[in-house]
Each structure stands twice: as C-alpha cells, then as structure tokens.
Design a protein. Structure first.
Lengths: 484, 152
C-alpha cells in the first residue's frame, strides 16, 4: 500500500535527490540510500579548452561557492605555470576566500538551518523558513542578512562582482588592493565580528534542546579529513592533508595535497551520480570520512586566533576525541565565521597587503597540476592535465559534498532507523531526514557539477522490492513545496 | 546621503532576453546626472540582502524580463509589500517579498514599481532579441520618468 504524505514547505537544500529506505522482513529499517540524481559533466566538456579558461569555467559550477572553485582551479593552474605566486597575491586570494566562507556559512546557518533551530523541527512547516525567523526573532534575521551582505560586499569590492568574479587568475590576482578599499573593508569587520559573537552566544543557548537530533543526526564513528597548516592549525586556503579517527587520533598527517590519489579513492554506487570517496588504506566503505567545518575543527590543533580558539576550547568539551554528531556542523560553522573575521583583520593590516606585485606571469611549464583548497563545505580538489599547447586533456574534480556522501547516507539511515517504526513514513522523520542532510550544507550541483533542483523523493521498499510507501516533494526550485 | 531612488535590474544576462533588466538598468546608470540621487544595482536574482538599501530609499524601481506579453512590450505597475508569510526561496523571492522584508526588518519600505520587459528568446547567450533591443530606450525612459516622479 502506498501512503501519501504532504509537507508544505520543506527543503532548503541545494540540488536534486531521492532517498530509498529498505526494510527487513520484520519491517525494520535495514539501510537508506541517498540518491543524487543529477549529472552535468564539467570534467568532460572542459577537454580541449585552453587551461587559462579553467578558473572562469569552473567557477560556473556553483553560484554559492564560485570563489572556492575559482581558487582551487587557479591553484591547479599555478602548478601548470610552475610559478610561485607573489605573497600579496596569495594574501588577497585568502582574503576573498575568507569573505566567501563568511557569506556561505551565513547563508547556511541563518537562511537554511536557523528556522529549524529557532522554531523547532516539528513547527508549522508554513512558518519554518526565513520569514518565520523574521517574525519570531527579527534581530537574528537581520544579523543573518547583514553577515551575508558583509561577505558578498567584500567579494564584490575585491573581484568586481559578487557572483563569478574573475579577479583570481592563474599566477595570482588580476589587480592589487587600494588603500581606500582596504580601509573600507577593515571598517566593516568589527560589526561583523559582533554579529558572529552574538549569534554563537544565541546558538549555545538553544542547541542543547536538540538532544534527540544530536544523538541521531549522523552521530557515528568516522574519519575526518581536511587541510591544516604545517603546525596543524586550521587552514582554509592552503596546507597539508590530515586524517583523524573518531577517537581523535591523527592517523595520517602532512600529506601532500597534490598526491591525493595515493590516499583517496572514489567508489561508485549504482544508485547515485555522486561518487563515494574514501580513505584508501582502509578501503570502502570502512574508509568513510567527513569533511567541512566539523571535520576541520576536529582535525586542527588550534585555530590560531584568540576568539576562535576560546570557542574551540569550549566546543571540544562536547565530547572526548572527535566531535561525532553532524548536528554540530552548525556550531563549527559559527566558530569558523569568527576565525575568518579575525584572519581578515590580520591580512588587511599586513604591511605588504597593498603591494602592486600580485601576479606571476608564465606560459605552461608543467603538463599536470593539482589545486586543493578548503571550500565552505570541505576540501575541494581540482586536478588537470594539459597537452604541450596548454589545452585541457583531462580533469578530475573531487568536491566537498562528495567527500561527505557516505556519511550523508549513514546519517539518513540512522535517522530512518530511529524514527520509522513500521511501514509508514512519519512526517517528523521527513523533516529530520532533510535536517540531517542540511547539517552538511550539501551543494549537490557542485558535487555532480550539475544544475540544481531538489525535490526530495523518499521511497520505503520491502525486502522483495515492493514499494511500501513513498513521499515526494513537487518543488522545482528546491525551496518549498509538497510531499505527497 | 540617503539615495532617493533605488533602481534594481535583475535576471540572467547569459540567457538572452532574461538580461533585459540589466541592460535597462545600465542605460539608466549611464545617463547624465539629472538632479535625482539614483543608485543602480544589477543582480542575477533578488536576495534578502537588498532589504537594507531598499529601506533607505524613497522610491524603488525594479526591472525584470517577462514572458507573458508581446516580445518587446514594456509594462509598468506599482507594487506593495507582500502580505502574510511569503514563501522564501532563491527563485521565488520577488520584489513584493523584498519590500515586506525591508518593512519587517528595517522598518521602512519605499513606494515601488516593477517594469517588465517582455522577451522572446531565452536561450544561451548574451544577445538580446531584436524586439527587446528595440524596447530598451523606452524602458529606460520609463524608469527615468519614475525616478523624476520621486522628486515631486
């Protein structure tokens, strides 16, 4: 028997997906599959293009984190040029990366997650959106808008436009920072920092109400991966790869990012276009790892800035070893916003920041290049091969959301097992399935490099393959709609 | 200084006639100063971040592409803040929702108009269709007329 459930509105996830929940003979949840059903093929159609076009082409993968693709792509191109980019060029790239991190984290926390946190997972779906937040807590909504605007404004000031700026180029950046612009940005940082501090204080006052969700939202042992500095500090632009296990043991450290293929392999499952990267020495699926804000705060020795470090110390009181529940991605995001703002002040006041020497020029000197950086959602890898004429022969992109794919599947399974008792799909379970996926802030368009629409489609399947129940959301924009 | 009029042209300039809002807004921006303090913004889509500058404006003119009228036809209508709880979403956040957000968060929303330039071709590319190209001057003139009306 197929039962229809209506949820209106839902989502707040970017992309297009389907979930199948498999039951055993006793009607209990056996496992769940999170299918990403879109495909776009950026890796293929860039073949034959001049490598110098890659940053601009790859930035088009996403409208939310184009700066991350721009930076990873430009770093891969730096390797093709085989140049060392000027220090100021690096600082300016880092500055834009931090601004992008702030605006993306603000979008995730305030616009997408805060309705659940403020109004509750079981609140009226018609109100559980940014406008519900606006009514219930206008200061929080106003802060969210201001913080996102802050990040976008800096991207625009540096790159000329908010979305798809072309300022980050192979070899550095295309124009230096003026003193006037530096002062303008610096003047806006203190207010943004006050907002971030106010928000984390608010969050720490509410998150403990979500004990059931903390216990079941992808709360399981896994590895964690990300970049750190040579000294093990939080790194968002450049660094070495570090893997940590659930107990907090560093199992691999200072791995050269360009050698990622020695440590990371991608598995393929027939039910999803999104691949399943894993830590090669442990095999698939045991080598499942998580990336992004939670992983970065787990693996780093410290942040290296005073306010973020104080928050990190408190964050680590949650549990011994690595913090395991993906619910805490939200908390980690807020700490990273503070870190980004503190780092911005450091770069902006550096004596070399106004240097005119911001770009190295060269033709292709190497036929292979790898660019690795930390995007808001986690480690981003661009790997290119070119011919002697500088034309693209091959590209491989491993995107943050892809790294988290196996963990997202396990998270959905955990929520389904907790909330499904029998052959029905309770509405509360659907809300929480979305919410657990939302903790990762996945960008499915990025990870499959595909155009994003996400009507969530959940199927409950009996052991003989019979469809027991089904729920679907008719929402072409992935922003609210019906499940039936 | 508080801008008197905010002009917002929005759409996707890489989907041909969907970029009409940008083209019209940029024409308005290129006009010699008229005595009216005008701030022009172009963007792919309306976002809540626009609520703040909107709340600080006396009047706002939004320019978007449409598909319902004859290609090249230009329509103008006044708009008011959306009532009730609007549905939020990246692709469904219209000028009325933005006005409501400005009112709710920043305590003010200006008198506002929506200029719609009806398009014909929405394929890949930045080239506008002929009817839309021919209508840009008229649409820009309409925007200027509305900005001047703010002075009265």
């Amino acid at each position: 028997m197929t039962r229809q459930i209506v949820i209106d509105p839902v989502t707040r996830i970017e992309g297009h997906a389907k979930i199948t929940i498999h039951l055993d003979d006793d009607g209990r949840v056996q496992n769940a599959e999170f299918h990403v059903t879109q495909f776009r093929g950026f890796e293929k159609f860039c073949e034959g293009r001049p490598f110098s076009e890659m940053p601009s082409l790859m930035a088009r993968i996403c409208g939310i984190c184009p700066v991350s693709h721009l930076i990873a792509s430009a770093k891969a191109c730096d390797e093709l040029l085989a140049v060392q980019i000027p220090r100021t060029g690096q600082y300016l790239r880092r500055l834009m990366n931090l601004a992008q991190m702030v605006q993306s984290h603000a979008l995730s926390f305030f616009h997408l997650a805060s309705p659940d946190l403020l109004l509750g997972m079981d609140s009226d779906p018609g109100k559980r959106n940014i406008f519900g937040v606006l009514e219930a807590h206008p200061e929080l909504a106003r802060d969210g808008i201001q913080l996102r605007k802050f990040g976008q404004q800096i991207i625009e000031w540096l790159g000329g436009k908010r979305i798809h700026p072309a300022w980050v180029v192979p070899g550095g950046v295309s124009a230096p920072l003026t003193a006037e612009r530096r002062d303008q940005i610096l003047a806006t940082v203190p207010e943004a920092l006050e907002i971030a501090k106010r928000t984390i204080k608010w969050y720490k006052g509410v998150y403990e109400k979500f004990q059931s969700e903390i216990a079941t939202f992808a709360n399981f042992p896994s590895l964690f991966m990300g970049l750190t500095t040579e000294r093990g500090r939080l790194a968002l632009y450049d660094g070495k790869l570090r893997f940590m296990d659930e107990a907090g043991n560093i199992i691999a450290d200072r791995l050269e990012p360009s050698q990622y293929s020695e440590y990371i392999e991608e598995a393929v499952e027939p039910y999803s276009y999104l691949k399943f990267p894993y830590y090669k020495p442990m095999g698939y699926p045991d080598g499942c790892y998580r990336v992004g804000p939670l992983a970065r705060l787990n693996i780093c020795t410290n942040c290296g800035t005073p306010i973020a470090d104080a928050e990190l110390t408190e964050f680590r009181q949650i549990q011994e070893g690595a913090v395991l529940s993906s619910f805490h991605y939200h908390y980690a995001r807020l700490i990273e916003i503070i870190f980004c703002l503190e780092r911005m002040e450091i770069y902006l006041t550096h004596p070399d920041i106004l240097s005119k020497h911001v770009r190295a020029f060269a033709g292709p000197n190497s036929l292979e290049g790898v660019g690795v950086t930390e995007a808001p959602r986690g480690t981003l890898i661009h790997h290119y091969r070119i011919d002697e004429n500088g034309l693209m022969k091959w590209a491989n992109l491993i995107i943050a959301t892809g790294h988290n794919n196996a963990a997202m599947n396990r998270g959905v399974t955990q929520v389904a097992k907790h909330y499904i008792k029998g052959a029905t799909i309770p509405e509360g379970m659907l809300n929480r399935v979305e919410a657990v996926i939302r903790t990762y802030d996945p960008c499915l368009s990025c990870s499959t490099h595909a155009v994003g629409q996400m009507p969530l489609h959940v199927q409950l399947v009996a052991p003989d393959g019979t469809l027991v129940a089904e729920a679907r959301r008719d929402d072409p924009d992935g922003v609210g709609g019906r499940i039936r | 200084m508080t801008p008197m009029v905010l002009v917002v042209g929005y759409g996707n300039p890489l989907r041909q006639d969907d970029g009409a809002g940008w083209q019209v807004a940029q024409r308005v921006e290129a006009l010699p100063p008229s005595g009216t303090d005008v701030r022009v913004i172009v963007c792919h889509q309306l976002t809540p971040e626009l609520a703040e500058p909107l709340s600080a404006s006396r009047r706002a003119v939004f320019i978007d592409a449409g598909i319902e009228g004859a290609p090249g036809s230009v329509e103008s209508r006044s708009i008011v803040p959306a009532s009730g709880t609007p549905q939020f979403g990246a692709h469904r956040f219209g000028p009325s929702e933005l006005l409501a957000t400005a009112q709710a968060l920043f305590g003010a929303s200006p008198a506002a108009y929506l200029i719609t330039v009806n398009g014909r071709d929405f394929g890949y590319g930045s080239e506008l269709s002929e009817p839309v190209k021919d209508s840009l001057d008229a649409a820009a003139a309409l925007v200027v007329e509305l900005t001047h009306a703010a002075e009265k």
